[in-house]
Design a protein around this ligand. Structure first.
Ligand SMILES: [Zn+2]
Length: 94
């Protein structure tokens, strides 16, 4: 079984069911993994810990095909029915 180290104290978490997963934070302090047992209640494990090896899934996602960008539709030609009628310069000039 993969050994999980507590990120708070660095100890080995025996009961992984009690781990409290927390989102990674820039200010999070990561304890170096040690052989001792974790004494935290509950053990704290930050997700995507930089101390852990990157999962293989990341490499697979990088090779995944990306969706094509949407193709812009050509602009519609102006409708002649919306154009104003040509003015008659002689109308009303008599
Ligand atoms: Zn701990």
């Amino acid at each position: 079984m993969h050994t999980i180290h507590c990120h708070f104290c660095g100890g080995v978490v025996r009961d992984q069911a009690t781990i409290q997963y927390q989102p990674p934070r820039a200010s999070a302090q990561f304890a170096l993994p040690q052989n001792g047992l974790c004494t935290c209640t509950p053990p704290i494990v930050y997700e995507d810990s930089p101390l852990d090896d990157p999962p293989a899934d990341d490499a697979a996602d990088a090779c995944a095909p990306r969706p094509l960008p949407p193709v812009p539709s050509p602009p519609a030609p102006p409708s002649p029915s919306l154009a104003p009628p040509p003015a008659d310069p002689w109308k009303g000039a008599a």
